[in-house]
Design a binder for this molecule. Structure first.
Ligand code: GAR
Length: 216
C-alpha cells in the first residue's frame, strides 16, 4: 500500500523529527517523510533530515514581508511536493487562518502539555509554576486558535516535587517521542476520525488496564 506522504516543519533541535524519522525507517510503517521545512536556517533538525537523506527546504520567515506571504510560500512548497499531511514538530511560528483552513484535518502539532491546559510558550514551566502533579504532551489537529484542535494522542508525565521547567520538559519530550509516531501511524492507517471538536480512534482495543499513554 502507498505510504502517506508527510512533511515535517521545524524551527529547532528536531528531536521529534528524529522520532518520526526513526519510526518511518521501518518498512511496514504506513507513512514516509518526503520533505522537511525549517523556518530557521540554523535549526539543529536540518542535519537530522540531511543524515536521513530527506530533502530539506529552508523558508526563512525573516525574508517575507508578513505572515501571509510566508504562509503562501510554505503552502506552495508543500503542494509542489505532493504532501498529504503536515506535522509541526517544534515549529515556532503562528500560522494564518487561511493556511490552517487550507490544510484542515491534514495538519497536526505536538505540544508539551495536556491540552487544553498550558497553551503557548514554556508549557512545562507553566505546569511547574501551577503546581500540577501530572503534566504531559498532546498531538492534535491544528485549528486557527493557537494550540487548539481535536486531540489524537496524549501521554501523562508525573511531576516531581524537585522538578524545574527544564527537567520536566526533558521527560515530557521522552513521552513526545512515543506519542508523535503513534499519532502519525493511527492517521496513516485511517484510524482517526474527526468528529466535531474531538476525534474517535477506530478499532482502538481499549482496555481499562491501559496505562497513562493513550494509546500505549
Ligand atoms: C517540543 O517539546 C514541542 O512539543 C514544542 O517544542 C519542542 C520542540 O522540540 N512545541 C511547542 O511548544 C509548540 N507550541 P524538538 O525541536 O526537539 O522536537
Amino acid at each position: 500500500m502507498a505510504r502517506l506522504k508527510v512533511a515535517v516543519l521545524i524551527s529547532g533541535s528536531g528531536t521529534n523529527l528524529q522520532a518520526l524519522i526513526d519510526a518511518c525507517a521501518a518498512p511496514a510503517f504506513p507513512a514516509e517523510i518526503t520533505k522537511v521545512i525549517s523556518n530557521r536556517p540554523g535549526a539543529g533538525g536540518i542535519a537530522r533530515a540531511e543524515r536521513a537523506g530527506i530533502p530539506v527546504q529552508i523558508i526563512d520567515h525573516k525574508a517575507f514581508a508578513d505572515r501571509t506571504a510566508f504562509d503562501t510560500a510554505l503552502n506552495e512548497a508543500l503542494c509542489a511536493s505532493g504532501i498529504e499531511l503536515v506535522c509541526l514538530a517544534g515549529f515556532m511560528r503562528l500560522l494564518t487562518a487561511e493556511f490552517v483552513t487550507r490544510w484542515h484535518d491534514r495538519l497536526i502539532n505536538i505540544h508539551p502539555s495536556l491540552l487544553p491546559a498550558f497553551k503557548g510558550l514554556h508549557a512545562a514551566h507553566q505546569a511547574v509554576d501551577a503546581g500540577v502533579r501530572v503534566a504531559g504532551c498532546t498531538v492534535h489537529f491544528v485549528r486557527a486558535e493557537m494550540d487548539s484542535g481535536p486531540i489524537i494522542v496524549q501521554a501523562a508525565v508525573p511531576v516531581r516535587s524537585d522538578d524545574t521547567g527544564e527537567s520536566l520538559q526533558a521527560r515530557i519530550q521522552q513521552a513526545e517521542h512515543l506519542c508523535y509516531p503513534q499519532a502519525l501511524k493511527l492517521i496513516a492507517e485511517g484510524r482517526v476520525k474527526v468528529d466535531g471538536d474531538k476525534t474517535q480512534l477506530l478499532d482502538e482495543g481499549f482496555t481499562e488496564e491501559r496505562r497513562l499513554i493513550n494509546p500505549d
